[in-house]
Design a protein around this ligand. Structure first.
Ligand SMILES: Cc1cc2nc3c(=O)[nH]c(=O)nc-3n(C[C@H](O)[C@H](O)[C@H](O)COP(=O)(O)OP(=O)(O)OC[C@H]3O[C@@H](n4cnc5c(N)ncnc54)[C@H](O)[C@@H]3O)c2cc1C
Length: 682
């Protein structure tokens, strides 16, 4: 071992010894042990099966797709991870699948997305939208006999799903649907798994019966022969070629030419064609339907929130461990300084470290709330009105948090790549692929900007209609303060010292004030625009940039810190709580700093001293977190094999691993070895 290798390890250990809390206690606070046990099973399967080991030399997109296709089959059939899911309750199964997805995604985004689209979301859609007659598809997909894709987006329309043009016309003579693509603009595009591998599509098309259109419905459409993978006659299908990332996923396009499927392939929970060949809706159980529609809209987004929180974590672990080991320039005594000692570097990394804790905590807890909400709707344990309010609230919160979390992660990955300098640009650092693979999450499952509009619409409804404010149910329980809107707005900020500003209660109060002010002024602007243009669509569009979009973003941040506040209040682990409070404050103040114009405009801040105060508070928190940072990333870190970065290994062999990568030796050979702090966690 050379001297530089020894010193980088020492650097990590030195920082570990500085932390004020116990790594195991922090880990236990943040990760329920039963969830971690599931993740370990996934990681051990990946580490023990060479098919899954990273191969940096195997670069072409075509090879990556073939490899991911095989990995998917093996993961489904040989991991044993899905053996018992049919015996689980809805709640346990959904949580279990979300955790398996999370654990797989942090190591292999391609396969996790292929499984999510091809198996989990398909099975979920059959449950939500289908009936007994679709059971066979459900069984086949979990047994790996078929693979699906989710075909919604068309060449000409993505976000605006009402305009989709693929048509499924009912033929009463043969009791079949005839599917057609009316021109290239209606070709289904971007569909994951469709390019080469899927056998079935979960297709969304306009249902037409007796010349009358009944809007978008879901259909199970056979695409390829499961034995030969040859497409069926009437289907023109292809792979859409190279993308910027996610090279293992075969995104494809398809056009239908008088392609016939049996009547039974319509997912008939909401509407069906009866024996007389007439369309009939079947709203037999509206409460269950509410939960089902939440699930179909949201399951993918909940997965994205979980995945993004891990992508953020991965980027931050790599950059913090690198910054603890990497030294540049000498101090006045001639001692080389680790990057972590520079204020600039702390300011670049620590807000993202704080964001990691806020977002990971939110993502864990929100998935539970989401599952509870769907379960309550299924079980009929609440009143219809309560379920309806809970479902729309959960949907609204998920829309804005999906946007803020995926954007935060996107920015964090870029910042951490730069914070690792040139070495951060090497493939073996892991950050380039992470950036490219994470990037489309801001677009798919709902473009972020469009999703934020759904949240602001919900908030304005809440503002305008006190009847909607049922604060007994989640997530409305977090918005009780809206009832005191005028009183809150009449208060002015008197915060002029760093200590008060850093407190949990001050930050919560500032957020509540900001939300009240944004609600009131967004609504006022919307009303004025409606009067001026006499057109809701125009008014809504002209409200977005400087009001409604900001409102939704602020609410997303607020909801996430509310969850961490609750954890802080309930925890009995004193030393952990002290650090969690610092992370809470750093994230809150860093976000509020980005809303400074609004804080002045709303009268919460009035003097230049307020800006000094908030920036001093941020820097002071960064300084306080310097000694905690390495242990904070250790507490949430997966094993080195799964982290899979030559810059981020916990063993401090930074330069040895980098030279191996440069020599193209042993790039992926990071063992599934548990470092000492990890043993403490277990
Ligand atoms: C890697 C990847 C995988 C995908 N996988 C699938 C899949 O498996 N199945 C599938 O069906 N689809 C898939 N998609 C498609 C994806 O769901 C769509 O790209 C997404 O829904 C956005 O639609 P769009 O691309 O048509 O964007 P558009 O709707 O055209 O939006 C373009 C831009 O305009 C903005 N915009 C749109 N409307 C408004 C408005 N009202 N106000 C203000 N701004 C607006 C948006 O914010 C966006 O920035 C995938 C896409 C990618 C990149």
């Amino acid at each position: 071992m050379g001297s530089s290798e020894r010193s980088t390890l020492l650097s990590l250990e030195e920082y570990r010894s500085k932390s004020s809390f116990d790594v195991k206690q922090m880990f236990e606070e943040m990760e329920p042990p039963e969830y971690f046990e599931i993740k370990k099973k996934v990681w051990h399967f990946l580490a023990s099966n060479p098919l899954f080991h990273v191969d940096y030399k195997n670069g072409s997109s075509e090879k990556a797709k073939a490899r991911a296709a095989t990995q998917l089959k093996v993961f489904i059939s040989s991991s044993g991870l899905f053996k018992h899911i049919d015996n689980m309750s809805y709640r346990d199964r959904t949580k279990y699948l979300l955790i398996v997805n999370e654990a797989l995604e942090i190591y292999n985004a391609n396969v996790s997305i292929k499984i999510a689209l091809g198996v989990a979301l398909f099975a979920n859609a059959l449950n939500c939208l289908g009936s007994e007659r679709h059971k066979k598809f459900y069984t086949d997909v979990w047994e790996g006999k078929i693979l699906s894709c989710l075909a919604i987006t068309e060449l000409e329309h993505g976000s605006d799903t009402k305009r989709l043009k693929t048509i499924a016309r009912y033929d009463a003579l043969t009791k079949e649907f005839v599917i057609n693509t009316p021109g290239i603009c209606a070709a289904k595009v971007w569909v994951g798994n469709l390019g080469k591998q899927c056998t079935h599509a979960l297709l969304f098309a306009q249902l037409e019966v007796n010349g009358v259109s009944h809007g978008l419905h879901g259909f199970v459409v056979p695409i390829r022969d499961p034995q030969t993978l040859q497409p069926y006659l009437g289907i023109n299908v292809g792979d859409l070629g190279e993308k910027s990332g996610l090279h293992g996923i075969d995104n494809g396009w398809v056009m239908f030419d008088n392609y016939r499927i049996p009547k039974e392939n319509l997912l008939n929970r909401v509407g069906d064609v009866n024996e007389e060949g007439e369309y009939e809706t079947s709203f037999t159980d509206p409460q269950k339907l509410l939960g089902a529609s939440l699930e179909i809209l949201s399951a993918g987004r909940v997965g994205i929130v979980n995945e993004s929180s891990n992508n953020l974590l991965r980027a931050v672990i790599i950059a913090v461990r690198y910054a603890a080991q990497r030294r540049q320039f000498c101090d006045s005594k001639g001692i080389e300084t680790p990057l972590l000692e520079y204020q600039t570097h702390q300011y670049r990394l620590f807000p993202y470290l704080a964001a990691t804790y806020v977002i990971k905590n939110f993502s864990n807890e929100f998935s539970d709330r989401y599952v509870d909400c769907v379960a309550a709707s299924r079980e009929g344990s609440l009143e219809m009105k309560q379920v309806s309010r809970m479902v729309s609230g959960v949907h609204a919160v998920l829309c804005c948090t999906k946007a803020v979390i995926t954007w935060t992660t996107q920015r964090a990955i870029q910042e951490t790549r730069e914070a690792c300098g040139g070495h951060g640009y090497h493939k073996a650092a892991g950050l380039g692929d992470l950036r490219n693979n994470h990037d489309p999450r801001v677009t798919f499952e709902g473009d972020n900007t469009v999703l934020l509009q759904q949240t602001s619409n919900w908030l304005l409804k809440l503002y305008n209609d006190p009847d909607e404010r049922d604060f007994t149910v989640y997530p409305l329980s977090m918005f009780k303060f809206i009832d005191q809107l005028d009183a809150i707005l009449s208060k002015k900020s008197d915060v002029t010292n760093v200590e008060t500003l850093c407190s949990v209660s001050t930050i919560m109060t500032m957020y509540e004030g900001l939300i009240c002010w944004l609600l009131k002024t967004t609504n006022r602007k919307m009303d004025a625009l409606k009067s001026k243009y006499n057109d809701r669509f125009v008014a809504r569009n002209l409200c977005q940039v400087f009001k409604a979009k900001e409102l939704a973003i602020v609410v997303a941040e607020f909801v996430m810190i509310c969850h961490l506040k609750e954890k802080i209040m309930l925890s009995k682990r004193t030393s952990v709580v002290i650090v969690l409070k610092k992370l809470f404050s750093l994230y809150g103040l860093w976000c509020l700093y980005q809303h400074l114009p609004l804080l002045y405009q709303g009268g919460f801040f009035s003097s230049p001293l307020h800006t000094d105060c908030i920036s001093d508070a941020i820097l002071s928190l960064c300084d306080e977190l310097k000694g905690e940072a390495v242990t904070l990333v250790d507490a949430l870190s997966p094993p080195d094999f799964i982290l899979n970065s030559v810059l981020g290994c916990s063993d401090g062999k930074l330069y040895e691993r980098l030279m191996n990568a440069f020599r193209q030796q042993d790039n992926g050979g990071i063992p599934l070895r548990y470092p000492d702090f990890y043993k403490a966690k277990l």
